[in-house]
Write a protein of this length. Structure first.
Length: 498
């Protein structure tokens, strides 16, 4: 069996190695998972929730180990690992443990308003798919991977998680955590490997939850279609930020700097492009540039040591560099940064680019790095047009002191989530759905839909009384036919004249 070496992108140090599992191993894992599923379902929400709550405590007790494991394979800053990977998982474990029963308990639907079923008990119930294959990317190895396993398991599914080959260690730690917290064997398993492992996992799954690039997402959906299984895709984005002339420019500029540079820009809902109304453009650019120029970059050495971390995935460095070079070749100006830094670790300088337009890859393709392009717009109408001029539709933000105007603009943007005077923090609102439009995905995580998607629905109709003579019964009789006619008139015919 071949193996993959895991390196620390900030130092180049090899920090681990994992096997590449193939279809044979995946078949064995899937069989074990299926054997474990009935017992797991039998535990009920309370039993499953108790394990998640213990895991929540475990994460807090072992926070340093979790953070250091994430840092070791991503080279991100201490704060990026703490705020997102650790913080999200701590929150999600508690949230789904508490909310799953609410979202998934049986629902009674009314029968009184339909003559065909009046008096019957109508119930919708949620039943787990069985085995959910979760495939994750490398940017947030705990959030987008293990984070999706939590609701899937709370719904009564068993899961096999296939982490990115670049960042498998955090997922293995999550498995260790759950085992220590009493998770029965094989309820969650981790299948390390590469793209072929992901493909083998889909072949074994009853449902697929995929987070990654739009390109791979299409392949995943094709494979799921072949099997005719549900498939949910959280894909790439090119999130626009629209700054109105009446915005709090200081706050907007801070946000542009922070939310384009956090996690070194490797965030699906990062600020990937900024449009600023002409009257405040110069001030905004000056503030953003001053902020970004002052950032410290390098290998993290504990809390507060650096502001911007490494580029996690080796080819990403080339993509980021190519986008900046393409923009410069077409007339853009780099105000700060603009170079790769490869000295032991893999970095790209925090970069501000201006004089950009939509002929440039930097404004059209997902850059996924510490680069913020800023474009001057004549008015917000032009901004809305440009924001929507994208194959992606993951997220967007609007900045104005007039929040009603901001909301009106938000409603015109083609994106699955829009913040007014904020960025990214909506991801922490676990009761608010989060998912992409257009090429950014299908389905969503969080909220009721974020757990119901891991279930099949079963509709139950229960008739607990018996008419001697039912309306629906042979032989047809004129009396009953006319009675039904009256029912229809009574239910549907009132007040509908003219
Ligand atoms: P990729 O699409 O390259 O990979 C994602 C996962 O899919 C990896 O585990 C990868 O394995 C696996 N994979 C590759 N080929 C196949 C295949 N044929 N069948 C099944 N699985 C396969 O994405 P990245 O890892 O590069 O992640 C970055 C992308 O993720 C960005 O586009 C980003 O926007 C997006 N993303 C989206 C989020 C969202 O919520 N919308 C959140 C976070 C990231 P391996 O790595 O081993 O090749």
């Amino acid at each position: 069996m071949s193996t993959i070496q895991v390196d620390n992108p900030a130092t180049g140090e090899i920090v681990g190695s994992v096997p590449v599992l193939g279809s044979e191993q995946l078949s064995v894992m899937a069989a074990r998972a299926r054997a474990a599923q009935p017992g797991w379902l039998e535990l009920g929400f309370k039993g499953r929730g108790a394990i998640m709550s213990r895991a929540q405590k475990w994460m807090l007790d072992n926070a340093e180990r979790v953070i250091q494991t994430v840092i070791s394979e991503t080279g991100k800053t201490y704060e990026d690992a703490q705020l997102t990977d650790l913080g999200y998982a701590v929150m999600a474990l508690g949230f789904w443990a508490k909310e799953a029963p609410k979202y998934l308990s049986d629902e009674r639907v009314p029968s009184w308003n339909n003559p065909a079923v009046v008096g019957r008990k109508l119930i919708v119930r949620y039943a787990p798919h069985g085995l959910v294959g979760v495939i994750g990317p490398w940017n947030f190895p705990i959030v987008n991977g293990f984070g999706d396993c939590i609701p899937a398991m709370m719904a009564g599914n068993v899961v096999i998680l296939k982490p990115s080959e670049v960042t498998p260690l955090s997922s293995l730690l999550m498995l260790e955590m759950l085992s220590e917290c009493g998770l029965p064997a094989d309820v969650m398993q981790v299948a390390t490997g590469d793209g072929s492992t992901g493909a083998a996992l889909i072949a074994e799954s009853d449902c697929v939850m995929f987070t990654g690039s739009t390109r791979t997402g299409r392949a995943v959906m094709k494979a799921a279609a072949e099997k005719l299984i549900p498939c949910y895709l959280e894909l790439g984005g090119k999130d626009p930020m629209l700054v109105c002339a009446d915005a709090d420019i200081g706050r907007a500029a801070n946000a542009a700097a922070y939310w384009s540079m956090n996690n070194a820009g490797q965030v699906c809902i990062s600020v990937e492009r900024v449009y600023v109304e002409a009257p405040v453009y110069d001030q905004f650019v000056q503030l953003v540039t001053a902020n970004i120029e002052s950032l410290r970059q390098g290998a993290p050495d504990g809390a507060g040591s650096v502001d911007v971390g490494a580029v996690i995935f080796p080819p990403q460095l080339e993509i980021v560099d190519a986008h900046v070079k393409d923009a410069v070749a077409k007339g853009a100006r780099v105000l700060t940064g603009g170079h790769s830094k490869v000295d032991g670790g893999r970095f790209y300088e925090p970069t501000v680019v201006v004089d950009v337009d939509h002929t440039m890859d930097l404004m059209r393709e997902e850059t996924f790095g510490p680069v913020v392009p800023i474009m001057k717009i004549a008015d917000i109408e032009q901004g809305v047009r440009l924001a929507n001029d994208s194959p992606y539709g993951l997220q967007a933000s609007v900045w104005t002191k007039d929040t009603a105007h901001g909301e009106a603009i938000a409603r015109r943007l083609e994106a699955g989530a829009v913040c007014v005077n904020d960025v990214q923090v909506n991801y922490q609102a676990l009761n608010l759905p989060m998912g992409g439009w257009k090429s950014s995905g299908i389905g969503s995580r969080h909220g009721a839909g974020g757990i119901r998607k891991y279930c099949k629905t079963q509709s139950l109709l229960i008739t607990s009384f018996g008419f001697k003579r039912e309306i629906f019964m042979f032989p047809y009789a004129r009396g009953r036919t006319m009675l039904l006619q009256r029912f229809y008139k009574f239910f549907y015919g009132r007040g509908k004249r003219g």
